[in-house]
Ligand binder design. Structure first.
Ligand SMILES: [Zn+2]
Length: 231
């Protein structure tokens, strides 16, 4: 009995690929020119192409635990996410960066619980979401949702510390977008810095904003600089 995965690979090659063949050959001949860098959580329930209807060649994807953005600390380590951001912005010239968290995120829940001691890299990685955590020991579902959303905004702020990102955002060549995917509803909620919270796309008038305000409503930010989320 062949492995089910082997059957799926054959099915793609035999049945699905012929429909895309011309498109892929064009992408090979002319190279990829994705306009969007999508930084999403690795969670198997978050399926970017399904959500956005993106075709091959349209999304440059980075997935990691929590959809976190590491600091631009010039430590020059094996920083896969930072390398991908540099490549997407400097070499591909993407026009927008989406940071996409989601409901029931294990990385966010782990901010409130014990992580196996042998997962040393994971323990360190989760620090990238620490500032989004609320001061509660046993978070309610609502507190987890708020933490997930605050974590998205935190990553957007950290993106602005990347010089090549900040320059392009300030020149209007690049836009940042914070998304929170509600798995059970199949709906993205977009961060709107104007209202300081997340708005479901059914009511939103845009696909989300970056972390900074065009006008000054800084009073709506809390001490950490993260807007209060209410959605
Ligand atoms: Zn997650």
């Amino acid at each position: 009995m062949p492995d089910d995965l082997l059957l799926r690979l054959r099915r793609f090659h035999d049945d699905a690929f012929p429909r895309y063949q011309a498109h892929f050959r064009e992408l090979v001949a002319e190279g990829q020119r994705p306009l969007t860098l999508f930084i999403g959580c690795s969670d198997s329930r978050l399926v970017p192409h399904l959500l956005t209807g993106a075709e091959p060649g349209e999304l440059f994807l980075v997935r990691n635990v929590g959809a976190f953005v590491p600091p631009y600390d010039q430590s020059h380590g094996f920083h896969g996410t930072a390398a991908a951001i540099e490549f997407a912005v400097l070499s591909l010239g993407v026009r927008r960066i989406i940071v996409c968290g989601h409901t029931h995120c294990g990385a966010i829940r782990a901010l409130y619980s014990e992580v196996p001691r042998e997962a040393q890299n994971l323990v360190r990685w989760l620090e990238l979401g620490r500032d989004a955590a609320l001061p509660v020991a046993e978070p309610s579902e609502e507190a987890l949702r708020r933490t997930e959303q605050r974590a998205v905004v935190l990553q957007l702020e950290r993106l602005m510390d990347y010089p090549m990102v900040r320059e392009r955002v300030e020149r209007g060549q690049l836009t940042l977008h914070g998304w929170h995917y509600v798995i059970e509803d199949g709906e993205i909620h977009v961060f709107d810095v104007g209202c300081g919270g997340f708005v479901p796309v059914s009511r939103a008038e845009h696909v989300g904003t970056g972390p900074y305000l065009p006008c000054d409503t800084e009073a709506e930010l809390d001490a950490s600089g993260i807007p209060f989320a209410d959605g």
